[in-house]
Design a protein around this ligand. Structure first.
Ligand SMILES: [Zn+2]
Length: 236
């Protein structure tokens, strides 16, 4: 559009400063019409190049005035107010047409750009969340490498019930705290060991059980405890 505009400006200047006898005869009477059409095109291209309409119209008109002054100066053409009026009206029509026809296109382009931006932001958020989860999972991954099963593996093999109190565990019992860290609730599942690993217990299936975090902590705190009440639900 800018290239087209530059070509149109140069073309207008060249045609305007040609000696009168080089302008085709039949058109000489329609001088004002040529002015109008030429400047309508100029106005349209100026708006299409990205200028706002008052600026576009002002620039086109300024060019018309300057050319008329130049025509007055070269001697073989003349300065005519009527031409300037035709230039102004033509440019106004061109600018009007351009703003009317191009506005929906520009709005659409802006919508598309904004949509892309939103999607990019969503992708970045998802990646950040994934990294955060990876970091949070790291200790569990390290433990798994040493042979410890994750609670998901235990749940898959033995079911989702807590072996200490006999009620189900709740994987949804977790909340994000104010700083964005995940807080696990009391009824969230964890891996409990029949014989603790520190006491020589193994990671084998017969030594691991699924338990509520609450129940496993209660058992650790008091190994003599025989009965475990169902922990209060803490998830929302
Ligand atoms: Zn329990």
């Amino acid at each position: 559009m800018r290239v087209l505009l530059a070509l149109a400006v140069v073309g207008t200047i060249v045609v305007s400063l040609l000696p009168p006898d080089e302008i085709p005869g039949p058109l000489s009477g329609w001088d004002w019409l040529m002015h109008g059409l030429g400047y309508a095109l100029l106005g349209f291209l100026t708006v299409a190049s990205g200028l706002r309409w008052p600026m576009a119209w002002g620039c086109a008109l300024a060019l018309g005035v300057l050319i008329e002054i130049a025509q007055g100066a070269v001697g073989y053409r003349s300065f005519e107010v009527r031409d300037i009026v035709a230039d102004g009206v033509g440019a106004g029509v061109g600018v009007l047409v351009a703003t009317r026809t191009l506005a929906p296109v520009w709005r659409h382009q802006a919508d598309v750009a904004q949509q892309a931006k939103r999607e990019g932001r969503r992708d970045r958020d998802a990646q950040r969340e994934q990294r955060r989860l990876d970091r949070a999972m790291k200790p569990a991954k390290v433990a798994a490498k040493r042979g410890a099963p994750t609670w998901q593996q235990v749940a898959q093999r033995q079911g989702t019930k807590c072996w200490l109190c006999g009620t189900r565990t709740y994987a949804e019992d977790r909340q994000r705290d104010a700083s964005g860290r995940e807080q696990l609730g009391r009824t969230f599942p964890c891996v409990d060991y029949v014989i603790a690993v520190e006491a020589g217990g193994t990671h084998e299936d017969h030594n691991v059980r699924l338990a509520h975090r609450h129940c496993a902590a209660a058992r650790r705190a008091n190994p003599a405890l025989a009965k475990f009440g169902r922990p209060p639900r803490t998830y929302s």
